[in-house]
Design a binder for this molecule. Structure first.
Ligand code: FES
Length: 194
């Protein structure tokens, strides 16, 4: 017979805590504490804003609406049509739909010349609503610091203080109908477009 004394899997104190119903409910065994700590860790990993929860929030952001803007047969070359998108905010949702009369980046329609852009300058929010120039197909100069944007090239900056292109509205057509389906770039003054 061996003289070696086997170490019990659970020490006496731990066993008493686990089996004695008279113990205070606040006292738990080391084993149960560790099991519980594991569960808390899993919970934190799932709900932590630095981990999975952040991805979950991003996945549930509001998608852009699909909104009818006008009919192709309503457009007159170089006559802008104002509209609001993606909501009716009177300050941050104003855009112009324009048939430029020449093919443009992101243009729709049979000639690829129908585009739409925000009327807020990307520099500091100067208002460009009445600044479209039909001869050069630009918006600007901005009344605040003179930035100008080329509407045939996705609103690229031509001159001035701005460092980002004018926000372009993503357009689609379905038969005669023109729909706005998204925005390319963050509208000045918004923390998120939608
Ligand atoms: S706000 Fe338009 S250039 Fe500064």
């Amino acid at each position: 017979m061996s003289d070696v004394i086997q170490k019990p899997e659970v020490d006496e104190h731990e066993a008493r805590l686990e089996t004695d119903p008279g113990q205070s409910p606040c006292r738990i065994s080391r084993r149960r504490f560790l099991e519980g700590a594991g569960a808390i860790t899993v919970t934190l990993l799932v709900t932590s804003p630095w981990g999975g929860a952040t991805r979950a929030v991003a996945a549930t952001r509001t998608p852009y609406p699909r909104k009818r803007i006008a009919g192709l047969d309503e457009l007159v070359t170089n006559k802008p049509i104002p509209f609001r998108y993606p909501d009716d905010n009177a300050t941050y949702s104003n855009h112009l739909l324009i048939k430029l009369g020449e093919k443009a980046g992101g243009g729709v329609g049979k000639d690829g010349d129908v585009v739409a852009f925000s009327t807020l300058c990307t520099h500091m929010g100067g208002i460009l609503a009445s600044s479209y120039k039909s001869d050069s197909k630009v918006m600007g100069p901005c009344p605040t610091h003179l930035s100008t944007f080329d509407l045939t090239r996705h609103g690229m900056i031509v001159s001035g203080h701005a460092t980002q292109s004018l926000v372009q509205v993503v357009l689609e057509t379905d038969g005669n109908d023109i729909y706005a389906t998204g925005l390319q770039g963050l509208v000045y003054g918004r923390s998120a477009n939608s």
